[in-house]
Design a protein around this ligand. Sequence first.
Ligand SMILES: Cc1ncc(COP(=O)(O)O)c(C=O)c1O
Length: 379
Amino acid sequence: MELFDVYPLFDIAPVKGEGIYLWDDKGNRYMDLYGGHAVISIGHSHPYYVQMLTKQLSQLGFYSNSVKIPQQQELADKLGKLSGYNDYHLFLCNSGAEANENALKLASFKNEKKKIIAFSNAFHGRTSLAVAATDNMSLKAQVNAHEDIVFLPLNDADAVTAAFDDTVCAVIIEGIQGVGGVNIPDASFLQLLRNLCDQYNASLILDEVQSGYGRSGYFFAHQYAGIKADLITVAKGMGNGFPVGGVLISPDFEAKHGMLGTTFGGNYLACAAAIAVLDVIEQEDLIRNAQVLGNYFVQQLQMIDGIKEVRGMGLMVGIELHENCTPVRTALLKEHRMFTGNSSNKNTLRMLPPLTITKAEIDMFLEAFVATLKTQTVA
Ligand SMILES: Cc1ncc(COP(=O)(O)O)c(C=O)c1O
């Protein structure tokens, strides 16, 4: 059987990882500044993470959500404490798209409405309602057409105010747009969304699947605006590579048996991975590292000639060039063995290094980046 060929692949086969580094099957070492789409939060094969998963696997890997799994409560307690959302409830699932499906469903269960406001360049996943709320027609099939979803320009206060009325069920917005090219919602825009949702009995859903878990220098990116969301979705960095996702749910939502569900969500291994990630974030002070080194990274990038714009918060950084960034990314990979990311904005490189990155590692990238810009661009 052949694989269903949906991914354009680099001709590289990584076989080992440690911290920010990957090694391929030929023994070449790569610096990973992208973490496989923002997944690697605490570095590859962190020893504590490996130990926690190995220990759990040797005891019990799986049983369904029909029995007590105390690790789920331990995870919820730690997540509540570190995120500042202690009084919220946690529903565990397996991916970012699934988290968003459940959040949108919960919003509609609660207020029994169905109009959704989403934003230009948004990405919320590839499943039914998540892809319907994603601003990319090429990802949608006929069955994903959804007439109740309205797309508005990000940070356009007038447009969102005009679009709001009593029929709005939910607003879904990324803490920082990732796939769209690292676009940051203004604090005042997030505050306006909070007020409008309160005024019209709608739910504010913050998709923190990519921007959450300390990446922005806050536990959740939206916290920089001083607001609270009704529903927050998480995945990616949550498990550092083990598939796990979740929805943080405000106490205003009432749970009913059977309302949501999943076979694999919250299994023992997923919980062990997610607990290990939170322990490491706390023990190694990684949110602060993301803030301090993210600021350093952005400041250094802003001094480089040939860049159109640097957008970033913490260690989620977009570097917009004056032209398509593919040649620069390819040269960084082939000549300097450095992984970087792209985005739906063809000119923007997306940088999502592990939160454990050091200043010396940032400097290594900057040196390679400057050299590459000189040879690859005409700016
Ligand atoms: C903001 C955001 N939401 C949701 C998703 C979907 O997550 P998953 O691929 O785990 O379904 C992604 C994936 O890139 C994302 O960036």
